[in-house]
Design a protein around this ligand. Sequence first.
Ligand SMILES: Cc1ncc(COP(=O)(O)O)c(C=O)c1O
Length: 481
Amino acid sequence: MKFPEEVFSSQRFREQGAAVIELIANCMEDSISEKQNKVIEMTDPESAMREVQQWFNRCTVDDSKDVSKLFADIYQRTIRLHHPGYLGHQISPPLPDAALAALFSDFLNNGMGVFEMGIAGTAIERFVVKSLAKKMGFPESADGFLTSGGTLGNLTALLAARRAKAVGDVWESGVNRKTALLVSAQAHYCVDRSARVMGWGAEGVVKVPVKEDFTMDVEQLELTLQTARAEGLEVIAVVGSACSTATGTFDDLEGIGAFCQQHGLWFHVDGAHGAASVYSKQYADRVKGLHLADSVVMDFHKLLMTPALATAVLFKEEKWAAKNFAQKAEYLWDDANHVDDWHDLAKRTFECTKSMIALKVFTILAVHGERVFDENVTTLYRSASEFGGLLERAEDFELATLPQSNIVCFRFTPKGEHDLDLLNRKVREELLSTGEFYIVQTTLRGQVWLRTTIANPFTKISHFENLIDEIRRVGNGVFVD
Ligand SMILES: Cc1ncc(COP(=O)(O)O)c(C=O)c1O
């Protein structure tokens, strides 16, 4: 193809686009209907590399240069989130309209760092952020932005916490004190990573013990704080998990909020997964007290059917959205100290060039309304609770804790003397190789547990019954072999 005319040909795009959309529609249909019976077709990394070489070779000699053929090959080795047997890590099957928004945004490729590089995208982002802040019960003045993932979102919020609460100006003078935050032992690893990135070292994350249901034991906060201070740590924040990654259970945000207020600490909520509960009329009380937070992170790609990555970082006080990174960049804007320019997003986010993340969320809201978020969150939480009920009633299964969100942890515990850790590990391995269900595993109380995230509104009680039967079949086979 001649560059640039043929490579950028709108006619070719029209034809290829139609073929790709047809392919995607078929993939979605076949997954949802389970005509495509596998969620995953597992292989080893070296074989995957060999296949990539084959796809590449096939494409280079194919005169049609048909990208839909290439994508059809690739689809065979991707995990299929629209399949009802997808019960793995926390990511949503995207709404088709949101996937189209992602395609449109990828075509536009607006840089978004400064207003003129993303006029619509910047205003849309503000619309999304303001409407989410309102939904979370924050005052009108609350503000924030969207960024690329909960991991980066949590780091950004914690940088603001440091700026707000740490003694001295770390931004200018660097780290010279032993700063720390308090967080439950069940928090996502990115909180620990953030503390280390900020130069606080391993000591910078002080673990608060958890209760039976794996939520923070708020009663232990006072003692944990006093002990940390006695050890010379300057504790500046408490991070609540809403919910925790492994078990999907929610810390007591009202309790943590009151504690932070009493001690003048920054209250950050890692709501990457479960802050989306605010959209569910039935389950919004899971995040009671969220509005007490100084900052909140929420992923749209975990529960809200938005293609990854789409994360909101919100601050109760607008100034922290604006003041976090005060830096000069003369080629981008005239006066970096003029902090309230909400429309120059590179002043607020870690990123400089930034994709039009908000378009994906805005499209869902504009076309389907908040109702679709409510329906998804409510359906998934309800399904998880039904699945939990099945497991509770089954004598050969044990539930780690009653599900509070769409995450359910359990293990297969047949009668007899078995190494249950080994058994459950083997069960997962076998499920992964047969590929009709995709589930993951975690370690709780030093034991191996199977872990599911109900991500798909098409997953029904019959799927859970089949999964339980399949685990029994596979698990019982482990001892025969
Ligand atoms: C509670 C929590 N926080 C943060 C993250 C990280 O989010 P992301 O994968 O969007 O970086 C996760 C991901 O599973 C999570 O569950």
